[in-house]
Design a binder for this molecule. Structure first.
Ligand code: ASP
Length: 260
């Protein structure tokens, strides 16, 4: 998702071209963006919630249908890797908030201050008016979602974000929710989402995309129909939704409301 994904793709390709696992490729790819302080919507440097906390959502899903997720997580640079640990080292799918942080620290992740000077400045400027518009437009969001097919024919995906800028404290979007921000079915395909999480959640967006591919739609047709399902009931001129998908044969497609 988004232009900053190009460098993440290059990073993931290093794993895929060496016949590595799709799961490793997507994790390595999105970690690059999580660590980039200039990206204000993922990981380090993410814009905070309206109380000044950077809270992160992330998930992963692999070729076996296994999944892990963290939401409302603070102070950890690589939430995607914590999500993978949840998948691999616990019997659970989602850990949230303080519990997710406790788990991350127990696993050896370090506590990091994720609020950069630039993001603090942007938040302070926002506070002058404190206009609360929980609408995803072109300035106040982004997510990196990535899906991959490896040389063994296996699919995996990852999705990570700091979510909607200046959101209510505790707000969780679609990105860490399996079937909303990310879904993988190794027999059919994989899909990920970006944009207004509330709308993606209410339509089980990526689950829908994968099910549409199962019924024979191409990845692009499936993404388009999932976008239209949301758009038909709302005035979509002021918000963005985008899906991208990959099928089992390696065909890729995407569809979004606005360019980007
Ligand atoms: N989907 C993300 C969220 O709602 C934001 C985005 O992708 O733009 O948190």
């Amino acid at each position: 998702t988004w232009d900053f994904g190009m460098k993440a793709n290059a990073e993931a390709w290093k794993v895929l071209s060496a016949k590595g696992r799709a799961m490793d490729a997507v994790e390595q790819g999105v970690r690059l963006v999580e660590a980039d302080p200039t990206n204000q919507s993922v990981g380090l440097g993410g814009l905070p919630d309206r109380d000044g906390h950077v809270t992160l959502d992330a998930c992963v899903m692999d070729e076996t249908g296994n999944a892990g997720s963290v939401c409302f997580l603070e102070h950890i640079l690589h939430p995607v890797s914590v999500a993978r640990k949840v998948m691999e080292d616990t019997p659970h799918v989602i850990l949230s908030g303080q519990g997710a942080l406790q788990f991350a620290l127990e696993q050896g992740f370090e506590k990091t201050d994720l609020l950069t000077a630039e993001s603090r400045k942007a938040w302070e400027k926002w506070k002058e008016k404190s206009e609360y518009k929980p609408i995803i437009n072109i300035e106040n969001h982004d997510t990196i979602g990535m899906v991959a097919l490896d040389a063994h024919g296996n699919l995996s995906g990852a999705c990570t974000t700091s979510g909607l800028a200046y959101k209510m404290h505790g707000r969780v979007g679609d990105s860490p929710i399996i079937g909303a921000g990310l879904f993988v079915d190794n027999e059919v395909g994989a899909a990920t989402a970006t944009g207004m999480g509330e709308a993606v959640l209410k339509t089980c967006g990526t689950f829908l995309v994968v099910e549409l591919m199962r019924q024979g739609r191409s990845p692009e047709e499936a993404c388009r129909e999932a976008v239209m399902r949301i758009a038909k009931n709302q005035n979509y001129s002021d918000f963005q939704i985008g899906f991208l998908a990959l099928d089992k044969r390696g065909n890729a497609g995407a569809y979004c409301i606005h360019p980007g």
